[in-house]
Design a protein around this ligand. Structure first.
Ligand SMILES: NC(=O)CC[C@H](N)C(=O)O
Length: 357
């Protein structure tokens, strides 16, 4: 008798071992990252998803809150071939179901072939396969989570001061659609004050901060549902330099007349190769996304994914727009693309010069 089950939308039910009990449902996705489980499990972009680690052993360097990207565990459940006790205890303490001792290679192959899909999990004493099936049947498609930003954004504006407190070189308005903490830290470390605004802030809320750059964060769900953020981008494009990471890139492109589409299984891992089309330089990047910019609208695609040619960087020098589909803040690494933040802050400098002229 097993004490855990996962039901898949394709009709299969797999047996597993319960490491943290509970019943839940979500979109089944996988990451190939072999380090960075603390960062992944606290990345708000995983809201409403069930995260499978393709690497077989997760947790062998413990759990330290210094590495968290947000204050809570974000996916609805976690799956690995084997979790260490440290990770299992952390997830149990956070009431996030976790299961292991199942064939995660089969799970990953299924998602690669059939796409990210609904799943249901039941773990703990006395659970039955029917419990997992009932959860799976109640699972909504990701695009139906129309207000997903509400669960991951700040409720009120917050100021995160530059490490050079009192002597900030730039002021950033960060629209928090589920921002990873290390995006804020990367900006603070480069001398920028970061005014974090709720995901549904109005253009007037952005003006109130009088920023040098408007920055749209990463976040969960379907970018087309972030209607207020698109209105903000539309209001400030050409007026203020604009930057975005991941969901931020998708929102900027969509707001300016482009389009996004759902990928079959997405990109989640820490070794995604990205090529800059102007220099032919390839860097390794951290990624976590299930949607992609299919039509960049007026923006130029300056970087692409080497594996599937999808858009990884969008720019418009005249409008002052710079976005990345991957995660330049690079926690857990690699750090190849950290200079993105220097390029964003250079846009802030250029507006200061324009204003001074
Ligand atoms: N990390 C992100 O910002 C993810 C963006 C979006 N939710 C996607 O899955 O594509």
């Amino acid at each position: 008798m097993s004490d855990a089950y996962i039901a898949l939308a394709d009709g299969r039910v797999l047996e597993a071992r319960a490491r943290a009990p509970g019943r839940t449902r979500g979109e089944l996705v996988f990451t190939t990252a072999y380090t960075g489980y603390e960062e992944s499990l606290t990345d708000p972009s995983y809201a409403e998803q069930v995260l499978t680690f393709s690497y077989p052993l997760i947790g062998n360097y413990g759990v330290r809150s210094e590495r968290f990207e947000s204050e809570t565990v974000q996916p609805r459940a976690a799956i690995a071939r084997e979790f260490t006790d440290d990770v299992a205890e952390w997830l149990a303490g956070e009431d996030v179901p976790a299961i292991d001792h199942l064939d995660t290679r089969e799970l990953v192959t299924t998602v690669r072939e059939e796409g990210a899909m609904a799943c249901g999990i039941a773990a703990g004493e006395d659970v039955t396969p029917e419990d997992a099936i009932a959860e799976m049947e109640a699972c909504k498609p990701m695009s139906d989570h129309v207000d997903i930003g509400a669960g991951v954004s700040v409720a009120e504006p917050e100021l995160h001061e530059a490490d050079t407190a009192g002597e900030a070189d730039a002021r950033i308005a960060l629209l928090d659609c589920g921002a990873k903490g290390s995006i804020i830290e990367s900006l603070n470390a480069r001398g920028a004050d970061v005014h974090v605004l709720p995901y549904d802030a109005a253009p007037a809320d952005v003006s109130a901060v009088d920023p040098d750059v408007l920055f749209i964060s990463n976040g969960p769900g379907d970018p087309e549902n972030f209607v207020a953020a698109k209105e903000v981008v539309d209001a400030f494009a050409g007026e203020l330099p604009l930057a975005g990471i991941c969901l931020g890139q998708q929102i900027v492109a969509s707001a300016l007349g482009g389009d996004t589409e759902k990928m079959t299984f997405g990109h989640r891992g820490v070794n995604q190769p990205v090529k800059d089309l102007r220099t032919d330089r390839v860097v390794m990047t951290t990624q976590n996304h299930g949607y992609t910019v299919a039509d960049p609208g007026p923006l130029e695609v300056t970087q692409i994914n080497v594996n599937d040619d999808t858009a990884e960087g969008l720019e418009d020098e005249e409008l002052g727009i710079l976005t990345r589909q991957y995660h330049p803040e690079a926690n857990p690494g690699p750090h190849d693309s950290l200079d993105f933040f220097d390029d964003v802050l250079a846009m802030a400098d250029s507006t200061t010069e324009i204003a001074a002229d």
